[in-house]
Design a protein around this ligand. Structure first.
Ligand code: UT7
Length: 339
């Protein structure tokens, strides 16, 4: 039995912040940001918007594309590093309620920018066990809410947005080998956990001291910290290795792939990966000029843009590959639309 992507959806908030807008407040410029990252502007969640509201909109679009009703969804997996609440209730539960997916279990998954591929793999396992059910897989972020807007080396990189897919079993069965041979790689290197962090967790809290009993908890202002150089080197190494290893498992050559949907962190990372793999840059989806880095949302946003612009057709060989805080990395292969 094959597992199939039945529909995709995405949502980007209306408000746009350009590099020039940032340069009005910080010692930076559009020229520096664009030449070092490939980013010109990013979408920013507006008033009344949050990770859950944006996720629900992308999910509605994916369910409409898949022609799947909320009641048919058996699982909602939502990958995020910027949940509505930290960490409970899960944003997946809030979205499940908003969508009326009354027959679905729901949970958040934290694997940072590699989170969507991790979530897809969890959902694939679920659909494989329960072939009559569908799963909603969402990558959703409001990263601009956890940035240190005085740190020009990190705040310029990120944007908000969401992407979603509905997966289900392949009816009528198409390529019977699609599921059994489709390789996925999930990996981590915890020794680099300090390269990208969101501060404000329990480890940094002092615990219950005498003075805290009976006192209100101190306000926390968690924000993102980044060692950009280290992440850059890790990313180029891992993206090319994961794509190469997936091809070995498949018995195909990288140049036989039609499209690579790599996490949109920095255009130079993608260019360096393409060079290292001796692949033309045109095979790599690139949208960070206007979306910047949307972490777990970047791959499903790219996928939805490709679908809606008619760039994907049945039988194309595609790879989705990401990396992020943890450090994590993950890649999966798909003979479109069969996972
Ligand atoms: O999704 C996972 C998270 N993504 C990432 O972690 C991204 C990975 N890393 C990167 O994309 C790049 O390392 C950055 C874009 C963050 C930085 O680019 P870089 O080419 O590695 O710059 P750098 O850190 O080596 O900095 C070079 C110079 C420094 O000045 P000095 O010390 O040489 O005088 C920085 O202070 O550029 C300066 N700089 C800036 N200047 C103007 C850093 N950020 C800026 C800025 N505008 N926004």
């Amino acid at each position: 039995m094959g597992i199939k992507i039945l529909g995709t959806g995405s949502y980007l908030p209306e408000r746009v912040v350009t590099n020039d807008d940032i340069a009005k407040a910080l010692d930076t410029s559009d020229e520096w940001i664009y030449s070092h990252t490939g980013i010109h502007s990013r979408h920013v969640a507006g008033e009344g918007e949050s990770t859950s509201t944006m996720a629900a909109e992308a999910a509605r679009r994916a369910m409409a594309a898949a022609k799947v009703a909320p009641s048919e969804i058996g699982l909602v997996v939502l990958a995020t590093s910027t949940p509505d609440y930290n960490p409970f209730p899960s944003t997946a539960c809030i979205v499940q309620g908003m969508l009326g997916c009354e027959n679905a279990g729901a949970f958040d998954l934290q694997a940072a920018c590699a989170g969507f591929v991790y979530a897809l793999e969890q959902a694939r396992g679920f659909v494989n066990f329960y072939p009559d059910r569908k799963a909603l897989v969402i990558g959703a972020e409001s990263l601009t809410r956890i940035l240190d807007w005085t740190d020009r080396a990190s705040c310029i990189l990120f944007g908000d947005g969401t992407g979603a897919v509905v997966i289900g079993n392949d009816e009528p069965p198409g390529d019977a080998s699609a599921h059994t041979t489709a390789p996925t790689i999930l990996g981590a290197d915890g020794n680099g956990s300090h390269f990208i962090m969101r501060t404000g967790g329990c480890r940094e809290a002092t615990g219950v001291s005498k003075g805290e009993i009976g006192a209100k908890p101190p306000p926390v202002a968690p924000h993102l910290t980044l060692q950009g150089h280290d992440v850059f080197a890790f990313a180029v190494r891992k993206l090319s290795k994961v794509v190469g290893d997936l091809c070995v498992k498949l018995g195909t050559r990288p140049d036989e792939l039609d499209r690579v949907f790599a996490h949109q962190a920095n255009g130079r990372i993608i260019e360096a990966t393409a060079r290292r793999m001796k692949l033309p840059l045109e095979k790599f989806w690139l949208n960070l000029e206007t979306t910047a880095n949307t972490s777990a949302a970047s791959i499903p946003i790219s996928l939805d843009q490709a679908v809606r612009s008619g760039e994907l057709s049945d039988g194309m060989k595609i790879v989705m590959v990401g990396f992020g805080a943890g450090l994590t990395y993950a890649g999966t292969y798909c003979t479109w639309p069969n996972l």
